[in-house]
Design a protein around this ligand. Structure first.
Ligand code: PMP
Length: 351
């Protein structure tokens, strides 16, 4: 609390990401990717001329936006880039969601959405998840100031197909529908092909998960030219350089190696399904997941205690201290060896 803060700042409860350990831990708490970044990334870093850092970056981030446009089959004017999708989301809240009507979001979703609402003075309503923990797209009110949800959703892992998103877009035409696809590459279906037909659809993505570049802070949005221009207007009023030149060069290299990308995401999916089976054998209820994490619950053991037991064994997972998720833990998918250690530790704790 400080007398120098603007009104409202003291009420903000910033999102605290999972612990960043200093000791050697098995880190399964912030949905990072166990695969190293693509080999081309290392090459870029090795060859990078220090002189680039003396100069300002390209204010259009043209090379990175072109690479993303090629990857997603859209025009470069339909691509916006920023420092992690968190920043892109923050800009989208400012550009599209400060409306007279409240925006709508799922009751359980990425915890940053309500934080941005508070930060930017955006009212919001929530819709309860369905019986299968799915985001109930049909429950979103067409008369909203905007709609935002993650698909697949976090931390529940369920994703809707493109047809379901399109049905929503046929019904909701008067506000921006923001689909956060941070986890889509682990088994979801992207809504990007719909941006051509629905000018109110904005899809956000990140290099943090399936591209193994969480440390770089690179995210993007794809949408109609109209929406991308809205984001650019907000961004340019803060900082005229969307991303730094090193991040841009690394991002391009990460997008180039398609075979490596495929192999990594397949590996994560295979390890996820193996882990899901093994946790099931230990009596856990494990929600189906189209992401690089599992949301799990044990009927006979409190999640908070399991969390502590794992922590004592140097394994970090995520336990959310919220009413709806108190009985659950979210476990990110690591390497096969890390997941073997997790299973062994769980066996020892619940025995
Ligand atoms: N959306 C969702 C649903 C997430 O879980 C995360 C990661 N915490 C993000 C966006 C932000 O990712 P980043 O800023 O690393 O791109």
């Amino acid at each position: 609390m400080s007398k120098f803060w603007s009104p409202g700042v003291s009420e903000l409860t910033p999102y605290t990401p999972g612990e960043q350990p200093r000791e050697r831990l098995i880190k399964l708490n912030t949905n990072e990717n166990p695969c190293p970044p693509a080999p081309g990334v290392e090459q870029v870093l090795r060859d990078y001329s220090i002189d680039h850092l003396r100069l300002y970056p390209d204010p259009d981030s043209r090379a990175l936006r072109e690479a993303l446009a090629r990857e997603h089959g859209v025009e470069v004017e339909q691509v916006f880039v920023g420092n992690g999708s968190d920043e892109v989301l923050a800009l989208a809240f400012q550009a599209f969601f400060r409306q007279p009507l409240p925006i709508s979001m799922p009751a359980i979703s990425y915890s940053f959405y309500p934080v941005y609402c508070r930060l930017y003075g955006v009212e919001h309503r929530t819709v309860a998840l369905g019986d299968e923990w799915q985001v109930p797209l049909e429950a979103f009110d067409a008369q909203s100031g905007g709609i935002i949800f993650a698909n697949p959703n976090a931390p529940t892992g369920h994703g809707h197909g493109r047809d379901a998103i399109e049905a929503l877009l046929k019904r909701v035409t008067e506000c921006v529908v923001l689909v956060d696809e941070a986890y889509v590459d682990f088994g979801g279906e992207s809504a990007v092909p719909l941006v051509e037909r629905y000018p109110n659809l904005l899809v956000t993505g990140t290099f943090s998960k399936s591209r193994s570049l969480a440390g770089l802070r690179l995210g993007y949005a794809i949408g109609s030219r109209e929406l991308i221009e809205g984001l650019e207007r907000i961004k340019n009023s803060f900082n005229s350089y969307p991303v730094d030149s090193l991040a841009s060069a690394v991002g391009v290299a990460a997008l180039e190696d398609k075979a490596y990308f495929e192999a990594c995401r397949q590996q994560v999916i295979t390890t996820r399904e193996r882990t899901r089976r093994r946790l099931g054998e230990l009596g856990f209820e494990v929600l189906p997941s189209q992401t690089n994490f599992l949301l799990v619950h044990h009927p006979d053991h409190e999640a908070a205690q399991l969390f502590v037991g794992l922590r004592e064994r140097s394994i970090l997972v995520r336990h959310f201290n919220t009413e709806a998720l108190r009985d659950f833990m979210r476990i990110s998918i690591g390497t096969d060896d890390e997941m073997d250690s997790l299973i062994e530790a769980m066996e020892a704790i619940i025995r």
